[in-house]
Write a protein that binds this ligand. Structure first.
Ligand code: SAM
Length: 466
């Protein structure tokens, strides 16, 4: 008997003697065997009468009900619309309810359409999404279009995003996708001195492939730059809004920050901790960056400030202070309706092959990397951190950008990995240090690194735009 439940046997029986199949199904009482039969049904013959499956809709076994609904759906006939609608409303399993809505969607009939509209009021967003999928077939019908558009007001964000993508295509770039892999020549291996906010006004939309940056610190002791934490966050948000504009469709932005501690004002005050990564995050998602990953950069304990002195002695609860050995590298992608494969497929086979990340790579989001120290700059990226970011998030010959360039570590790593860089930095001493470094590397580079102020950058732009 068990032999009968092989896929080929079921198909054979359906073809040879469909009545015998119906009898077999009625007779079979064991869930295990019923499941085998249902799983092996495959493509149904045109004369298949799905009413033989209906009694199984009352099975206590969720998998059986699910497979019954799926198989009825294969017939694409609205003969059993009422039964499926009943399941979509009343089954205790949300999986079965969703499958019932999917089967109703496959019918594509006027009657089915009417039922799908009522399902838009379902309390389960996943069931609603299934109904939306079924109704999209009718989106040229003004009544359905209106109904679907009204779903944009639904409180669930996945439903809102689905409608937005299907009916508006809001995230699609206006720029010709053929130029996705290119970037303006004048930005390649270019370092501009000045306030990044001024410089970015001059940079065309969708110019860079990847941005990785570590912003200046918030120092509440020195209010000369940012008068308050809010002003600091807004300064960063304004820069990252521009980074968003100049980033190509679907490409990445990695932001390295960590909570900062501002020492206490006097012995009668506590120190204040500012959770920068968490506070900047809502600004980023609001402006159109999609959150992708949180990478934790972990440093050796000996390399960070020791906060354990007091606790080590007194051991009193509540006064515990762990040493901060981590920083966050938050990964964002410019929101788009395109999948990652779309981005990859913009490149030719040769570039994809040459950019593959071969050999060992970091398989987790915990990156152990020792911090770096620099004679000129007090807060530089370790080269290794930049290497990983560039290798995992860009292709050869891409343009990578750091708005807070500092000593230019991202640019140095970009050159090592055959990418172009674009850096902006406000302080002259760091610009001088970069100039020195890159002048020594001029000889082997295809595009000579160049350092300039905003005035010269304007001239360069004019020359290119002639
Ligand atoms: C944390 S450091 C970046 C260090 C860099 N990642 C490196 O590896 O050298 C931040 C840098 O942002 C620069 N900066 C601050 N405000 C700026 C602004 N408005 N425009 C451009 N650069 C700015 C600072 O001078 C500082 O060098």
């Amino acid at each position: 008997m068990a032999e009968l439940f092989k896929k080929a046997d079921i198909a054979d029986l359906l073809e040879r003697d469909i009545e015998a199949f119906y009898k077999l199904l009625v007779k079979e009482k064991r869930d295990r065997n019923i499941l085998l039969i249902l799983r092996h049904l495959g493509k149904l013959p045109t004369n298949f009468n799905a009413s033989c499956l209906l009694p199984l809709l009352n099975s206590e076994n969720e998998d059986i009900r699910l497979l019954v609904v799926k198989n009825i759906g294969k017939t694409k006939s609205d003969l059993f619309l009422d039964q499926l609608y009943n399941v979509s409303k009343n089954d205790i399993s949300t999986l079965v309810r969703r499958e019932a809505v999917s089967s109703i969607g496959r019918m594509r009939s006027q009657k089915a359409k009417a039922k799908l509209i009522t399902i838009l009021d379902d309390p389960d967003p996943k069931v609603i999404l299934q109904a939306i999928r079924g109704l999209l077939v009718f989106k040229s019908d003004p009544e359905i279009y209106e109904k679907l558009i009204s779903m944009q007001k639904h409180p669930n964000e996945i439903i809102q995003a689905a409608i937005e993508k299907e009916l508006h295509n809001v995230y699609t770039s206006k720029v010709d996708p053929k130029i996705h892999t290119n970037s303006p020549d004048y930005l390649k291996n270019t370092i501009v001195q000045g306030d990044v906010r001024e410089i970015l006004k001059r940079v065309p939309s969708e110019s860079v492939h990847l941005t990785f940056t570590s912003p200046p610190y918030y120092n509440a002791r020195d209010y000369s730059i940012y008068q308050s934490y809010k002003e600091y966050l807004e300064f960063l948000a304004n820069v990252f809004k521009e980074v968003h504009r100049i980033t190509k469709e679907g490409r990445f932005f990695l932001l390295n920050t960590s909570p900062v501690i501002i020492p206490r004002f006097s012995r009668s005050h506590s120190s204040i901790r500012y959770p920068i990564p968490f506070d900047i995050h809502p600004y980023l998602t609001e402006m159109g960056w999609e959150f992708i990953d949180d990478i934790v950069w972990v440093k050796p304990e000996a390399s960070v400030k020791n906060r354990n002195g007091g606790f080590l002695q007194h051991r009193k609860p509540l006064a515990y202070k762990p040493n901060s050995v981590t920083e966050l590298v938050m990964v964002y992608r410019k929101k788009t309706d395109k999948l990652i494969d779309w981005n990859i497929n913009r490149y030719d086979d040769e570039t994809i092959e040459a950019s593959k990340v071969l050999g060992d790579y970091e398989t987790t989001n915990l990156w152990s990397i020792a911090p770096a120290f620099d004679k000129v700059h007090s807060a530089v990226f370790p080269l290794e951190l930049c290497y990983r970011v560039i290798k995992y998030y860009s292709f050869k010959n891409d343009l990578v950008f750091d708005p807070f360039g500092g000593s230019g570590t991202l640019g140095k790593a970009a050159m090592d990995l055959d990418r172009y860089f674009f850096l902006t930095e406000i302080k002259n001493e760091y610009i001088e240090s970069m100039k020195k470094y890159f002048s020594q590397r001029k000889i082997n580079s295809i595009v000579t690194p160049k350092t300039m102020n905003i005035g010269s950058f304007d001239e360069l732009l004019r020359a290119y735009n002639k």
